[in-house]
Design a protein around this ligand. Sequence first.
Ligand SMILES: [Zn+2]
Length: 413
Amino acid sequence: MRLHCEVEVVSRRLPALGLRSRGRAVRAVLSLCQREPRGGPPRAGLLVATLRDKRGTRYELKENIEQFFTKFVDEGRATVRLKEPPVDIYLSKANSSSLKGFLSAVRLAHRGCKVETSLSTLTPVKTSEFEKFKTKMVITSKKDYPLSKNFPYSLEHLQTSYCGLVRVDMRMLCLKNLRKLDLSHNHIKKLPATVGDLIHLQELNLNDNHLESFSVALCQSTLQKSLRSLDLSKNKIKALPVQFCQLRELTDLKLDDNELIRFPFKIGQLTNLRFLSAARNKLPFLPSEFKNLSLEYLDLFGNTFEQPEVLPVIMLQTPLTLLESSARTILYNRIPYSSHIIPFHLCRDLDTAKTCVCGRFCLSCFIQGTSTMNLHSVAHTVVLVDNMGGTEAPVISYFCSLACYVNSCDMLK
Ligand SMILES: [Zn+2]
C-alpha cells in the first residue's frame, strides 16, 4: 500500500534544543512495509521515501503511535505522531480518499492487527513514481487531452484550452490542490456547483466559452475565501446574481464581451477589487454602489449607456404596504431569513432590495434618480467609455423617502 504526498518529518526534540524545523515539505512516497526479524514475528513499519532518499527511512508502527491528527483529512492533510523516535510526520497534498485508506491501515498496524492489503516490500522507490507529483499541466489542443489517463492529483495549475470541452471534466474536480484552472476557448455552457469544492482555487479562467450564468451556489461556495481572479469574458452572460458580491477576495474580474444588462447592485462590497473590465456589454447605467469601489483599472468601453433622466421616477406610497414595511424592518435589523422560513419569492425580493443613500432599504416603494459620475473617482486608470473621449457614466440611485431624495438632490445635479 502506497501513498503519494508531501511529507515533513519534524523532531519534537528540536524546540528543547533551541532549534526550529526548516518547515519544508518534500514530495514522498509512503509505504507500509513488513520486516521479519530473525526468530520474531513480522513487524509492520512505515517507510518514507523521497527523491533524495529512495531507499527511505523506516519507522516502527506497532504500538508506536502517540496520536493521529486528522481534522484536515478531507483537504489531504494529516499528522502522525510517533512515540519513538519522537517525531511528527506531517502529510499534505495527498488525495483525501487515499489518505484515509492509508491512515486506517497505519492504525491497524499500530494495534498489531494484520493489515489486509499487501504490504510493500523493501525495494527502493523508482524515480518514475515521483513524476506523479507534477504540479503544472498545459494542454492546448484536443489531441493532447487525456481520455484514458487521470490527471495527476498533485496538479496546482491546469490549463485545457481549445479542447472543445462542452462541460467541466469531473476528473478535474477531484484535483483538490488546484490553484489555477484555465478552461478558456472551449464550449462550456454550465459550471457544476462542485467547482466550488476546489478549496484552494485562486484563479479561474473561462474566457471564450458559452456560459449563460454564474450560479448562486458557486457564489456561496468556498470560492468566497479563495478566488482572486475570474475571467468570464467572451461568454453569453446577461446578469450576475446578487450573491456574486460575496466573492470578497476577488481582485481581478473580466466580463468583457458578454450581454450584461446590469452589474450586481451590491458591487461596492467587492472591496478588494482592483481590476475590472466589462467592455462591450449592454449596460445602460451603473448601480449607485459602484461609487464605493476603489480600483486601479476600469474598462467600460462600448456599453449602451443611457442619458440620465432629468426627472426622477417616483414610486412612493403612503401608508407603506405591509410587505414593504416588514421587508424594510427585516433588512434594517438584519434579521436572518431563508427559504426554509419564508417563501422563496420573498427571499428573492429581500435579496434584491434597493439600498437608499441613508443606508435603509426599500422593495417597491422608492424614488429612482439618475445622475452621472466621473469614473476617475473610482479608478486610477480609466479606459474611455466611448469614442468621444468620455469618462462619465450614468448611475442609478434609489431613495426610500421624499426626505432622503430632497436631502441628496445636490448629489444628483
Ligand atoms: Zn433613505
